[in-house]
Ligand binder design. Structure first.
Ligand code: ADP
Length: 589
């Protein structure tokens, strides 16, 4: 058994344990994997929103350019420049401060007189006059003219979002000085480890003329007194070369950005558009709060709105840890279950093997028991038969006694052989009962008459107390007699000093209880159920000198159960055993 346990441990249990451990280790890496997947997905989301914001600005710029074109067509460029503020109001509702430059590159609108009573215009002139008149070079961000066209041809990734690479693939040479981003996303494909990440946009130094160049229209951004301004400009008639522009301040830009932020497809994320001071100008869901500078992922909007970011936050920051733990836990549970199943399986296999081995041992014992049982009566039969045949016994009394012994021994032999044959038949389900509705009383009477005579002859007291009447039962009378014979024979075989055997027949609630009571050696409570197992013998016949095959009670119980009854054992008060054979009655009288 020990060897089997070791083989099981080495071949099944230990490898399963190692596999389980490996699986758990893999589960431990789940968190990193989940985070990586989410990073990719969410980064694509912020990229798409950033692209939408940039497009909203560029669309607005084109709307402005077409409004100006219409006005120039109506009024002519120089007339429009004179009265640009009022006329633009008729075709444009997008707010901002209008300005116009003469073909010589001087501010034609607003003139200092026009600006005098208007604070917005006045402030505009103060901060922009020198730059627009090309008298100074300033730090500015110019939107590359290729961006709007590029965006329209953006290749779609599998998620339906624009692929990041094509949006960002811009000429690197434009960057002059590198500036840090004003937020630091937790996850980023570039410089993920460095606390401060570098911005993808960088300012250039130029005067207005240099920035505009020969382009017919465009937009550029610059910071004035730490506030972002975006300048739209258009030259509707290249021959006349008047330039019409519009300055958008924070109010207009916030509204523009917010218009590009639509509702989200996922419920567990929050998105904000952060301005250059890392303050939210728009957010979904509305009014959510977060540590603005530490988003999960973020994308810069680019030169259109320099240092503005689309930032994405997780509504449950512990999400990955929780789901990774859940996966690990589930896997751990499954592995534990599998190991438990393997252990239980191994245990049951071991148990069954043990049972099989015990059965094999019992069968071997059975063969030696039966051989022994056959040999003893055969020896005495031969011996007495020889004595009688050789005429060596003269007294008639002795002759009769020897003949009775021969008859008794051959009866015992017949019973043994029929027990073995019957057991074999029952095992193969070949036993056929000849059942009929009969009165069992005479059957018991017949058996008891012969047996009690024999018992009394062997020095036993044998009494039968019975309820009077007929006991009608649907049964095979030979089988019933066989059960009774087995019980009486056991009472005799396992007797002790007090040689008393009693038979009781009682009808109790539709059943007939046939009890055989003895004052023999009794059955210990430990073995009370075992004695009904096939081949079981409390003491080996070779050792105890009580002969038997271990099949008698097995057979008797099988027959009783096949008749809808049973056989039970009870210890008898004052020593000995009571074996009760119960059989259902069809009618009691
Ligand atoms: P066998 O008598 O051939 O050994 P049985 O199946 O009839 O086989 O009995 C099984 C075992 O039950 C016996 O070996 C014996 O130990 C025990 N047994 C049966 N009847 C009695 C009894 N009346 N008193 C004590 N022990 C008994």
């Amino acid at each position: 058994m020990k060897r089997y346990a070791l083989i099981f441990l080495a071949a099944v249990f230990l490898p399963s344990l190692v596999l389980g451990w490996l699986a758990l280790r893999t589960a431990g890496e789940q968190r990193v994997l989940l985070e990586r997947q989410a990073t990719d997905l969410h980064q694509a989301e912020t990229d798409a929103i950033a692209a939408r914001v940039a497009k909203a600005v560029s669309d607005k710029q084109q709307l402005f350019a077409s409004a100006v074109r219409k006005l120039v067509a109506e009024h002519g460029a120089s007339a429009l420049a004179e009265n640009y503020g009022k006329l633009l109001d008729t075709a444009w509702s997008g707010g901002g401060v209008p300005f116009a430059l003469s073909p010589q590159g001087r501010i034609a609108f607003p003139s200092p007189t026009q600006a005098r009573n208007q604070t917005k215009e006045d402030r505009f002139l103060t901060s922009n006059a020198a730059f627009l008149n090309n008298e100074s070079r300033v730090e500015l961000y110019q939107v590359p003219p290729s961006v709007p066209e590029k965006k329209s041809s953006v290749s779609k990734s599998k998620t339906g979002l624009p692929a990041r690479e094509s949006y960002w693939s811009r000429p690197e040479a434009r960057s002059q000085t590198q500036i840090s981003r004003n937020i630091s996303p937790q996850k980023s494909e570039i410089a993920a480890d460095s606390a401060q990440q570098l911005s993808r946009v960088a300012p250039e130094y130029s005067n207005f003329q240099g920035a505009v160049g020969a382009s017919p229209e465009g937009s550029l951004a610059r910071f004035v007194d730490d506030e972002l301004q975006v300048l739209f400009w258009t030259r509707p008639d290249p021959a006349a070369n008047w330039l019409f522009g519009l300055k958008l301040g924070s109010e207009e830009l916030d509204a523009l950005a917010a218009s590009a932020l639509t509702s989200l497809r996922e419920y567990d994320i929050e998105v904000a558009i952060l301005n250059d001071k890392a303050r939210p100008v728009a957010r979904v869901p509305a009014d959510f709060e977060a540590v603005w500078k530490r988003p999960f992922v973020a994308t810069e909007i680019g030169e259109t709105l320099p240092h503005w970011e689309v930032a994405l936050y997780l509504s449950d920051p512990d999400k990955f840890a929780t789901s990774a733990m859940l996966i690990t836990l589930t896997l751990g549970l499954l592995i534990a279950l599998a190991l438990a199943a393997i252990l239980a399986g191994g245990f049951f296999v071991a148990l069954d093997t043990r049972r099989q081995l015990a059965l094999a041992q019992k069968k071997t014992d059975f063969v030696s028991n039966v051989s022994h049982e056959l040999k003893t009566p055969l020896t005495s039969i031969r011996m007495f038969a020889e004595l009688l045949s050789e005429d060596r016994v003269k007294e008639p009394e002795k002759q009769r006694r020897y003949l009775r012994i021969i008859a008794g021994e051959s009866e015992r032999l017949a019973r043994l052989v029929s027990n073995v044959l019957d057991f074999a038949r029952l095992e193969k389900h070949e036993k056929i009962y000849a059942k009929s509705d009969t009165d069992i009383h005479p059957v018991i009477e017949r058996v008891w008459e012969a047996e009690s005579l024999r018992l009394k002859g062997a020095g036993f007291s044998a009494d039968w107390s019975a309820d009077a009447g007929t006991y009608m039962a649907h049964c095979d009378t030979d089988a019933v007699a066989q059960v009774l014979l087995n019980l009486i024979s056991n009472a005799e075989k396992y007797s002790a000093e007090r040689r008393e055997i009693e038979l009781q027949t009682r009808a109790v609630s539709g059943m007939l209880n046939i009890s055989v009571l003895d004052r023999g050696i009794g059955v210990s409570s430990k073995l009370a159920e075992k004695i009904f197992e096939a081949f079981f013998r409390a003491d080996d016949s070779l050792a105890s000198h009580v002969q038997g095959s271990g099949l008698g009670l097995t057979l008797a119980r099988r027959i009783a159960r096949d008749h809808g009854g049973d056989i039970t054992h009870q210890p008898r008060e004052g020593g000995g055993s009571i074996f009760t054979f119960r059989i259902p009655l069809t009618q009691v009288s």
